[in-house]
Design a protein around this ligand. Structure first.
Ligand SMILES: [Ca+2]
Ligand SMILES: [Ca+2]
Length: 285
């Protein structure tokens, strides 16, 4: 009698399991998209995925390649492709063999302020060095929208500083440092369709240590005098704050401090009113 009760109990458990509700996440949820990005694509060693704050947009580099032997971030493995997910639709792009994404993960920012995020990449041509390519989804495809032309020489790289409307004229500015390892030149351009025009530049700054995976050596703040961005000097002994207005870069602050290029800048100094923008803060241990 007691044995039959046990069997009945086990039978009931088995039946209840058979009809248990499914625990898998619903299709196209964030977890599913992350799983698809990591399982259906070959990721770079950093496995870094950008996710927009509203979780509508995801982006990662794919198809690791060693066809460009520069090793600016240590391992010589760069991206050969890009996948972007917007509103659960996957958009893929494969670079031609003479290009790589010399980068860790794509940045997401609404550069034309139309309510949809664009994808900002460091894209290198093997004989011409690094440039910046901004992609936009148009007609269900990733299109080249705006770009900083390549530096013009192989094994020359650049790193982004910030993307923001710095002078508050309604147009987003892009700031970067060209050749941060060899006399880094700080440059600023307004983001508009097509090739971007450098509006001002100043040399002697750096936001990357050769071989490091830390691309996060700049900080943007909102201060009484407007938006100020900070980068280290090339010799790593100062942090310098810049304002951009009337088409010019102006130094507004010089802070004497030794900077460790393996650590993110915002952790090395107490900035007032930093604006959180992960676009200038790409860091992998
Ligand atoms: Ca946009
Ligand atoms: Ca502006």
């Amino acid at each position: 009698m007691r044995l039959s009760l046990v069997f009945s109990f086990l039978f009931l458990i088995a039946c209840s399991k058979e009809h248990a509700p499914m625990l898998d996440p619903p299709p196209n949820s964030g977890v599913t998209i992350l799983n698809q990005l990591s399982e259906n694509y070959t990721q770079l060693p950093e496995q870094a995925i950008s996710i927009s704050q509203d979780k509508r947009v995801y982006a990662q580099y794919t198809d690791p390649t060693e066809r460009y032997n520069h090793r600016v971030m240590g391992d010589g493995i760069e991206g050969g492709g890009l996948v972007v997910v917007m509103d659960s639709v996957f958009y893929e792009l494969a670079l031609a063999d003479n290009y790589v994404f010399e980068d860790i993960r794509p940045r997401l920012y609404d550069v034309d302020q139309d309510g949809n995020l664009e994808i900002i990449t460091i894209r290198t041509e093997i004989t011409q060095g690094a440039g910046i390519m901004i992609y936009k989804i148009l007609n269900n495809q990733l299109h080249e929208y705006a770009y900083v032309p390549e530096i013009g020489q192989s094994s020359r790289w650049l790193n982004l500083v910030t993307l923001n409307d710095l002078d508050e004229d309604g147009i987003v500015e892009l700031v970067w440092i060209q050749t941060p390892h060899i006399g880094g030149i700080l440059k600023v351009a307004k983001v508009q369709a097509g090739a971007l025009t450098v509006l001002d530049e100043l040399s002697g700054y750096s936001n990357h240590g050769y071989g490091d995976r830390n691309l996060c050596l700049s900080v943007l703040t909102q201060e009484n005098q407007g938006k100020i961005f900070y980068v280290p000097t090339q010799d790593r002994t100062q942090i310098v704050g810049f304002k951009y207005s009337n088409g010019r870069l102006t130094v507004v602050s010089e802070i004497d401090q030794i900077i460790d290029f393996s650590r993110i800048l915002s952790e090395q100094y107490s900035f007032s009113n930093p604006i959180f923008v992960e676009d200038n803060c790409i860091f992998v241990e």
